[in-house]
Design a protein around this ligand. Structure first.
Ligand code: NAI
Length: 331
C-alpha cells in the first residue's frame, strides 16, 4: 500500500526500509510533522504513519479522510495524540504498536535512577574538568530502598522485575493488580500510601483524563521528603510547576524525566542554535538534581526493529482486508 510516513527521522527510514523487504509497501518518507499545514502531503495516501508529536486532531483527521486516507498507523504505544472520537466518526482505522520493548523504557527509568542517585551527570563533567573531588556526589544504596510503581502494566512490571533484582521493597498503585507483580511480592496500595512510603517513585501509567496531573501540588504533599520521582511515561502526568515548587522546598529530592508536558515544542529536534522560549523548561533544567532526557526511553535497536515490523504488519493486515490485531478501540 502507499504509505506516507510523517515525522520520519533517519532511524525511522532505516528501520522501516529494512522491515519492508518482507512487506513490500510503497513507503514515502516526509521529515516534517503532520499538522494542518503539512496534511496536504498525504493526498492520495491510503495509509499515514505518524509519531507521538504529530497532530491528529479532529481537523487534521477530517482533512486526511477527505484526501483518501483510510488507516492511521502510529509508531508508538501511547495514543493520546489521536482524537479517537473523530477517527471513529470519519471511519478511519487507527493502529498502534502496543509493546515493542518494555525493557527499553524500563531500563531507561533505571538509568535515570542510577544517574540521579550517584550524580553521574555531574561526575562526568567534573572528571572532564580534571576535578576529582567527591564533595556533593554522595549517593545511597538502591538495595533496600522502597520503590513505588504507578502503573504495573507491560513496562511497569518489567521495571518491577529489575528493581526486585536490586533488592528493593516494591509497592504499587494501579487500577488493576498484575498477577506477575503479585507473584514478585509487589504490594498494592492506594496512591497516597505509595507516595508516602516510597524512596523512589516511577510512573508507568498512561496519560488519560483521570491520570492528567496525577502528581500535583496536593499529591506531592504526601511524598517522603527528598524522594526521587521518575517519569518515563507521559509529561502530562506531572504538573510541572507544582514539581518545581516541590524541588525548591526539598520535597522532591531528585527528578528524572524522559517526558515533559510541553515536549512537542522541543523534543526530537536540534534546537541548540535557538533561544528556548519555554521558561518552565529552562528553570527545570537549572536544578542539579534534575535529569531530563528527550523522550528516548523507547530508543533501542531492538525497539525500532519491533516498531517497524509491527507497523508494517498492521498495514499488511489492512491491505488484505483482515481485522487489524492492533486496532485502537475507544475505551
Ligand atoms: P500498559 O497499558 O501495559 O500499562 C499501563 C498500566 O497503567 C496498566 O496496568 C493500567 O491498569 C494502569 N493504569 C491505567 N489507568 C490507571 C490509573 N488511573 N491509575 C493507575 N494506573 C493506571 O502500558 P505500557 O506499555 O506499560 O506503557 C505505559 C506508558 O509508558 C504508555 O502509556 C506510554 O505513555 C509510556 N511509554 C513511554 C515511552 C518512552 O519512550 N518514554 C515508550 C513507550 C511507552
Amino acid at each position: 500500500m502507499k504509505v506516507a510516513v510523517f515525522n520520519a527521522k533517519s532511524y525511522d527510514r532505516d528501520s522501516l526500509t529494512k522491515a519492508n523487504t518482507i512487506h513490500n509497501h510503497d513507503l514515502s518518507f516526509f521529515p516534517v510533522r503532520l499538522n494542518l499545514e503539512t496534511v496536504i502531503l498525504a493526498t492520495g495516501f491510503p495509509v499515514v504513519s505518524v509519531f507521538i508529536n504529530d497532530d491528529l486532531s479532529a481537523e487534521v483527521l477530517r482533512q486526511l479522510a477527505q484526501q483518501g486516507t483510510k488507516l492511521i498507523a502510529t509508531r508508538s504505544a501511547g495514543f493520546n495524540h489521536i482524537d479517537l472520537d473523530a477517527a471513529q466518526e470519519l471511519g478511519l482505522t487507527v493502529v498502534r504498536v502496543p509493546a515493542y520493548s518494555p525493557h527499553a523504557v524500563a531500563e531507561h527509568a533505571v538509568g535515570l535512577i542510577l544517574t540521579l542517585n550517584r550524580k553521574l551527570h555531574r561526575a562526568y563533567n567534573r572528571v572532564r574538568d580534571d576535578n576529582f573531588s567527591l564533595e556533593g556526589l554522595l549517593g545511597f544504596d538502591i538495595y533496600g530502598s522502597v520503590v513505588g510503581i504507578i502503573g504495573t502494566g507491560t513496562i511497569g512490571s518489567c521495571f518491577a522485575r529489575i528493581m526486585n533484582g536490586f533488592g528493593c521493597k516494591l509497592l504499587a498503585y494501579d487500577v488493576y493488580q498484575n498477577p506477575q507483580c503479585l507473584e514478585l511480592g509487589v504490594e498494592y496500595m492506594p496512591l497516597k500510601e505509595v507516595l508516602t512510603m516510597s524512596d523512589i517513585i516511577s510512573l508507568h501509567c498512561p496519560l488519560l483524563p483521570e491520570t492528567f496531573h496525577l502528581i500535583n501540588g496536593e499529591t506531592l504533599q504526601h511524598l517522603k521528603p527528598g524522594a526521587m520521582l521518575i517519569n518515563t511515561s507521559r509529561g502530562g502526568l506531572i504538573d510541572t510547576k507544582a514539581a518545581i515548587e516541590a524541588i525548591k522546598s526539598g520535597r522532591i529530592g531528585y527528578l528524572g524525566i524522559d517526558v515533559y508536558e510541553q515536549e512537542e515544542e522541543l523534543f526530537f529536534e536540534d534546537l541548540s542554535d535557538t533561544v528556548i522560549q519555554d521558561d518552565v523548561f529552562q528553570l527545570l533544567q537549572s536544578f542539579s538534581n534534575v535529569v531530563i532526557t528527550a523522550h528516548q526511553g523507547f530508543f533501542t535497536r531492538n525497539a525500532l526493529a519491533n516498531i517497524a515490523e509491527t507497523t508494517l504488519a498492521s498495514i499488511s493486515e489492512f491491505a488484505e482486508g483482515k481485522q487489524c490485531q492492533h486496532t485502537i478501540t475507544k475505551r
